[in-house]
Each structure stands twice: as structure tokens, then as C-alpha cells.
Write a protein that binds this ligand. Structure first.
Ligand code: UDP
Length: 331
């Protein structure tokens, strides 16, 4: 298939692009390079630099490249930032997704894989979280993605769009020593911890130590980026092979195991041999206390199995990347 990967120069999109190529698909990576990196795009993919807000550009792209399916990663992702500038999240994540869906509709592209998030669930009613549990985001980032999921149900029902929505818990790790997480600014826990181990910052802040969790810090379910990427391939193939109008594929993706912020710091101390000083700081607005996935459904339906399920190997792979590329990609 010829797959358009929006955000193909980004952390997860670029790894999925690698996997698509390995599986024999053709990839057109679409990215405005506001956050992504040209060097992250696989050599065998075409990179088109453009913006999702540009409807005419999208129309032209979908038609001229005869795109069969779209995987949509391009988005703002920092939950904390979304509580300062929600408008940017609704513009970039929600409005731009609608523009993309409209362009797909006009071009007759009927397969869509959406990069969704555990942030849809807010403070969950139970753990581990199943797909049908209540959706009630506690931050604007989660809301901006939930609105897209809602639109997708209507595009499916009314226009027959076949789609998968993959709700990632905490994506982490590196697929190769020369390909990893390089956000600017970096807000995510594991890379921030590793920046301390590299000597680039003096300490890591622990945002909130008074949550009702065993050690008072937030608990998250970390999942290796290569395991996420593999799930995208399985979802795409399921869409390719499923009959018209079959039900949407909605899956939670995590390892089903939670680690507190303090536990992640401890694992990173073991992996890096650095003491990694911490400063206990106030809560970050919008953070749910505990987010742990049940991924039983995707295991059952698509046979997905994580290959790098333990936190130590996730942190080790991230550490290899950060040590080799302490400044991220050289652009
Ligand atoms: N966190 C932290 N210090 C940091 C960055 C993150 O204590 O420098 C916490 C954050 O409050 C959350 C967890 O680590 O509880 C994971 O945050 P991250 O931003 O990596 O992912 P999120 O869960 O927001 O998607």
C-alpha cells in the first residue's frame, strides 16, 4: 500500500515509517518540521514538507501520490502545555485532523490509523483501563484527541471510513541507537531524566508527591516505541483485510504494568550509574494519578505482543540513543 504518514519526521511516526517500509509498503512522510526532524525520515520514504491546515495542498498530495491509507501522527503532545494554551491543541490536533479527513473523503481514501492517547480517560474509574471505560480527559490535550475520535465515529457511520484508533499510554525508548526521542522543548519524563544523567541538567523535577499512589508520585504504563510501531502495522493490515463497514478498531496500547515517577528514576539510576538528583515539586496541572492499560483486546484481536515489555530495556534503549546523540538530531 502507499501510506501517507503525517508527522513522519516525528518520534513515533518515523519509527512506524521504518516498519512500513520493511513490510514492503511505500511511505510518503508529511511533516511541517515544526517539531519533526528531516534526519528521522527513512531514506526510502518520500518527505513532503507541508502543513495540515493547507487543504489544497492535501488534496493535491492525496491525488498525485495515489495514497491508499493515512496514518496520522502529526500533533502537539505535551499535556502540561495544553493547560496553558488549549487553543493551540484544538487548532493543531482537532481542526487539522478534520481538514485531513475532509481531504481524504474528497480523494476517496478510506483507511485511517489515528494516533490517540491514554489521556482520553482522565482519572480512570478502574485499573487497568479497558477500551470501553469512561472517556473524560483532565487536560486539553486529551480533549483535543477525544474530539477526533468522536469525529471518526461519524465519518465511519456516514462515509464508511475504515479506521483504527490506537490509544498509547506512555511511549518511550528508542528503536535504534541512531533514532530516538528528540522533542524541543522536552517535557517527557524519561528523556528529562536522561538529560540529568548526561550532565545537561542538574536534577529532575518530580511533579507531585501527594497523589494517592504507593509512593505519592504519578504512575504510568511505559511502552516501547517499536512495540507501538508494530501495533500500527497490525492495525493497517487488519483494515486492509476487513470487509467494508466493519467495526472500527479501537485499542489501548501499554504493557499493563505501572511505574511511579520515583520508580522510573530508580531504574534510570541503575541503567546509567548516575545518581540523578530529584527535586520534589508541585503537581503539573491536568495529570491523572494513575494510567495503566489493559491491552488484552489488541492481543486477542490482532495477536499483538510487546517485545520490549520491561522498563529496564525501554530505558536502556533510550539511554543508548541519548548517549550517542546528546543534542538530538543534527538539524
Ligand atoms: N513528570 C515529572 N517530571 C518531569 C516530567 C514528567 O515528574 O520532568 C511526570 C509527569 O507529571 C507524569 C509522568 O512524569 O506524572 C509522565 O509524564 P510525561 O510528560 O512523560 O507523560 P504523560 O503521562 O504526561 O503523557
Amino acid at each position: 500500500m502507499k501510506v501517507l504518514v503525517t508527522g513522519g519526521a516525528g518520534y513515533i511516526g518515523s519509527v512506524v515509517a521504518d516498519e512500513l517500509l520493511q513490510a514492503g509498503h511505500q511511505v510518503v512522510a508529511f511533516d511541517n518540521l515544526s517539531r519533526g526532524h528531516r534526519q528521522a525520515v527513512p531514506k526510502n520514504a518520500e518527505l513532503v514538507v507541508g502543513d495540515l491546515a493547507d487543504r489544497a495542498g492535501l488534496d493535491q498530495l492525496l491525488r498525485s501520490r495515489a495514497i491508499d491509507a493515512v496514518m496520522h501522527f502529526a500533533a502537539l503532545i505535551e499535556a502540561g502545555e495544553s493547560m496553558k494554551a488549549p487553543q493551540e491543541f484544538f487548532r493543531n490536533n482537532t481542526a487539522n485532523a478534520l481538514t485531513l479527513l475532509e481531504a481524504m473523503l474528497a480523494a476517496g481514501v478510506k483507511r485511517f490509523v489515528f494516533s490517540s492517547t491514554a489521556a482520553l480517560f482522565g482519572n480512570p474509574e478502574r485499573t487497568p483501563i479497558e477500551e470501553d471505560d469512561r472517556l473524560q480527559p483532565t487536560n486539553a490535550y486529551g480533549e483535543s484527541k477525544l474530539l477526533v475520535e468522536r469525529m471518526l465515529t461519524w465519518f465511519h457511520q456516514i462515509h464508511g471510513l475504515g479506521y483504527a484508533s490506537l490509544r498509547y499510554f506512555n511511549a518511550a525508548g528508542a528503536s535504534r541507537p541512531d533514532k530516538g526521542e528528540a522533542h524541543q522543548p522536552e517535557t517527557h519524563l524519561i528523556p528529562r531524566i536522561l538529560q540529568v544523567a548526561l550532565g545537561r541538567t542538574k536534577h529532575v523535577n518530580i511533579f507531585g508527591t501527594d497523589y494517592s499512589t504507593p509512593d505519592g508520585t504519578c504512575v504510568r504504563d511505559y511502552i516501547h516505541v517499536s512495540d507501538l510501531a508494530h501495533a500500527h502495522l497490525l492495525a493497517l493490515h487488519a483494515l486492509e483485510n476487513s470487509p467494508k463497514n466493519s467495526s472500527p478498531l479501537i485499542y489501548n496500547l501499554g504493557n499493563g504494568q505501572g511505574f511511579s515517577v520515583r520508580q522510573v528514576v530508580e531504574v534510570a539510576r541503575n541503567v546509567t550509574g548516575h545518581p540523578i538528583p530529584v527535586i520534589e515539586s508541585p503537581r503539573r496541572p491536568g495529570d491523572p494519578a494513575v494510567l495503566i492499560a489493559s491491552s488484552e483486546k489488541i492481543r486477542r484481536d490482532l495477536g499483538w505482543q510487546p517485545r520490549f515489555g520491561d522498563l529496564k530495556s525501554i530505558v536502556e534503549s533510550a539511554w543508548q540513543w541519548h548517549r550517542a546523540y546528546p543534542n538530538g538530531y543534527p538539524d
